[in-house]
Design a protein around this ligand. Sequence first.
Ligand code: ATP
Ligand code: MG
Length: 565
Amino acid sequence: IQTLYRLFHQCRKTFAPLNLSDYEAIGRCEQEVPEYFNFAGDVLDKWSQIEKERKEPSNPALWWINGKGGERKWSFEELGFESRKVANVLSGPCGLQRGDRIIVILPRIPEWWLLNTACMRTGVVFIPGTTQLTAKDICYRLLASKAKCIVTIDELAPAVDSVASKCQFLKTKLIVSESRRAEWLNFSDLFKAASAVHNCVKTRSQDPMTIYFTSGTTGFPKMVEHSYGSFGLGFFICGRYWMNLTPSDIVWNMSDTGWIKAAIGNVFGPWFQGTCVFVHAMPQFDPKVILNTLCRYPVTTLCSAPTLYRMLVQHDLTRYAFKTLKHCLSGGEPVNPEVMEQWKSQTGLNIYEAYGQTEVGMICGNMKGMKIKPGSLGKAAPPYDVQIIDEKGSVLPPGKEGDIAIKIDAKRPFTFFTRYVDDPVKTASTIRGNFYITGDRGSMDEDGYIWFMGRSDDVIISSGYRIGPFEVESALIEHPAVVESAVVSSPDPIRGEVVKAFVVLSPSLKTQDLKKLACELQDHVKKVTAPYKYPRKIEFVEQLPKTITGKIRRSELRNKEWGQI
Ligand code: ATP
Ligand code: MG
């Protein structure tokens, strides 16, 4: 009887179009992770089947525009067709086999989505990189990852060529371009000639699927390896509950293709839910272009880093009538409560923030429907049990500051990265007793909301007080003269270290008496937060140093202060 029952279940799973409730149970760790899983075969191809059986028209799977009249719309079926051709390009002319690694450095063009999907179909390990990488960055990535193939565009081909001879593992270069380049295979030529018949490989949930380089906010980017299970299955909850997506939604996620947020917001989160991914090829963020696009296209869900919201609220948003926008998301860095408030008062929409890491995906979030406490990261996101712990690994009571950590029971959560590639020591260093240590500091309140203090390295200790930069930065931004700021420690003969703020002023207020303004800002911070946190030193700057992902590099400013550069 048991065998029959098992067979029945296997058949049900094989033939069921797409059992989202099973995926939800897996995402919450209430059901075992299946032995085999492949997002392309098990999810994308199922949506393509559902699309065919559906009577009414569906949203496209991908809707791409370039702002210059260029547009492409692919259904899930078309996506399947095109990505199978690309799969044949990878395993044919590019000579790649399952387990081989490929670096894909492409801007927001449809080929990025095709290559991403084709890698899943062939079992080739996908390593994305941003187009802002320099020759040195590319060399570092090629050597560290031992990638056999690289894909890029005309603008970056010379940078690749300048380092290729040093990269002994690199065998094939593939260019996405209208013109041919010596020693490079041409994507369009191969794509045209490729067959669309391809059988998706059967992958185990633990098989390596992708390697992401971290943002490198605090040092060299680390190679974080994820599996078909951790990446594919791991983002179900995120797509459904944080992004709140359904097949009738259209999501516009602005992340650069090189970062994990692109995987979450542009691939797995939406496509798991059958949602349309909207893309504007925009080479640079232009607030006006973004605001006009939201007025012209039926985007329902917007996802971006806080820096973009900070830019957008500098404009009079009441002049823009967004067509269908109803849900806004932010992650990667803290959103200042002031920015949230301005966005809400001008658009009527909340910003739902999530906190996560390349290593473990979404850790905390403000899920749709939850009460938002501005400035908090929200609550632990399933399947995680998030706690604040001390240096011995003991859980701290509400209100106490400590390390933000994830409880690990007997088994590592399936959503975790597999490892830092070639760095077992670093991989092991993330574990303290029964906890995974995020490297961030914060506290939890009585309601289970987590409050971010800063990265462990960014916390300032002045006269015995511990000060998180985020709180001071959020206080500063409440002043009308401040566009953004970065707060770091600076040496002081008496106090050891003091709070120093680097401040970017609003263009209209730059001509003020800066000495007077500095005093005004200090008084302002003393008023809106505990006075001991006020910045004793203030420097006005044109811009802040940022990572390519747009995160403030406080470590760079701090090193300068302490004379280490
Ligand atoms: P590296 O590890 O190379 O120094 P990184 O930590 O910036 O770079 P990511 O994995 O891209 O690389 O970013 C994760 C980190 O970003 C978190 O550990 C946290 O410090 C910060 N972060 C992410 N989301 C939020 C958020 N909503 N609020 C505050 N900080 C956030
Ligand atoms: Mg990190």
